[in-house]
Design a protein around this ligand. Structure first.
Ligand SMILES: [Zn+2]
Length: 375
């Protein structure tokens, strides 16, 4: 039997607002609409809410995403692929637009914004009961903010919390007003290198702790990671980071970082971007793509984290399948989100029990969310 999947990381709203990709359509229809767009601009679509409903992915953590970079030049936004603004107020407004998109889809019954444990349990029971045909059930979404710039001041976190935000990343790629994120894999020469959590970041921890909001440690540069590790006393996890031991790049976590998250009771979601699964894809190799990367390599990351953790209780999926890449940047054998189910038989072949596999697909996220969402 196929297990239901919880995806720990998607960027649905920004795909709608920035790429005009309608999340209520099946992947086939989106591909048809986008067929004339060059693939290096907008990759071949692999996921949408409609597709998730069809293939047993009833719940995800999905972002609002906007960055404030004081040094950027006006006019860049006309490039169409931008989420950078010179000021935090603008990032706030752009992120608020993404929230409005989720709310409108909720009004139509397309998604259900989950903000507490009873809501989570009710949603999950409905899907489990109708597992063979959840055709008309909404997709559960837990709102997360990838990079904290839309929180204009730390004491504005409560405002976002009141609107349903349930997890925060301090930074996305490069520096935010709160911390240093890593440079992106395909632009390692970025001027935004490793750096510490800022004074504003430490102030935000106080607010996050008061509101008991989990910190997603994904994207933090090494110095900011360990600053956060020391300073933040609330729940931590990582929605979409892989193992640096298997894909040597600062965007992935060292064994020590993975162990830290495990020791704090966190869960790590695995990203499906090929260059985060296997190392060595810099320059021309990155452009050529993933012909030597398979779902077996994804399973290697599952193994690695389970070995470090000494259990199967900390590993999950955070596919990032709509995170600025498409099928061209996925491992061989992964054409749409449905193909993530293929990891089941692969893990079974490596000796994982059915209960372990269920934990990987949804059980570990479910446990984490039950522990961290309010009553
Ligand atoms: Zn990301």
């Amino acid at each position: 039997m196929k297990h239901l999947i919880i995806d720990g990381h998607l960027d649905a709203a920004i795909n709608a607002l920035r790429e005009e990709r309608d999340q209520t359509l099946p992947v086939t229809a989106i591909r048809e609409r986008e067929k004339d767009i060059p693939k290096d601009k907008l990759g071949t679509c692999t996921v949408s809410f409609s597709e998730m409903r069809r293939c047993g992915i009833p719940l995800c953590m999905t972002t609002v995403l906007a960055r404030a970079k004081p040094w950027i030049e006006p006019g860049r936004t006309s490039q169409g692929s931008d989420c950078d603004f010179p000021a935090q107020d603008m990032a706030y407004a752009f992120a608020m637009g993404q929230l409005a998109y989720y709310r409108e889809l909720e009004r139509r019954g397309e998604v259900s914004i989950i903000t507490d444990r009873p809501g989570l349990d009710a949603h999950w029971s409905r899907w489990e009961a109708g597992q063979s045909g959840g055709d008309d059930l909404p997709i559960g979404v837990i709102l997360t903010m990838e990079g904290a710039d839309p929180i204009t001041e730390p004491d504005r976190l409560e405002h976002w919390y009141g609107m349903g935000l349930r997890s925060v990343f301090l930074a996305h790629y490069g520096h935010s007003h709160y911390a240093a994120g890593t440079p992106s894999i395909d632009q390692p020469q970025s001027h935004e290198q490793d750096g510490p959590v800022t004074a504003k970041g430490f102030a935000l921890f106080k607010e996050m702790s008061r509101l008991e909001i989990p910190l997603d440690m994904t994207h933090l540069s090494d110095t900011s990671f360990w600053d956060a590790a020391k300073a933040y006393d609330g729940p931590v996890y990582s929605s979409h980071t892989n193992c640096r031991a298997l894909a040597d790049d600062v965007r992935q976590f060292t064994d020590e970082q993975i162990k830290f998250i495990v020791d704090r009771g966190g869960v790590l979601g695995l990203s499906m971007h090929f260059a985060m699964i296997k190392g060595g894809f810099t320059g021309e190799a990155f452009r050529v793509g993933p012909s030597t990367v398979t779902l077996e390599h994804v399973a290697d990351h599952v193994d690695h984290i389970c070995q470090l953790a000494g259990s199967t209780k900390h590993i999950a999926i955070g596919s990032d399948l709509d995170g600025g890449f498409g099928a061209e940047r996925c491992p061989v054998g992964l054409d749409t989100c449905e193909d993530m189910h293929k990891l089941g038989p692969i893990l079974q072949g490596r000796g994982y029990s059915d209960a372990d596999i269920a934990r990987f697909f949804h059980g570990n996220w479910l446990d984490f969310l039950r522990r961290t969402l309010p009553d």
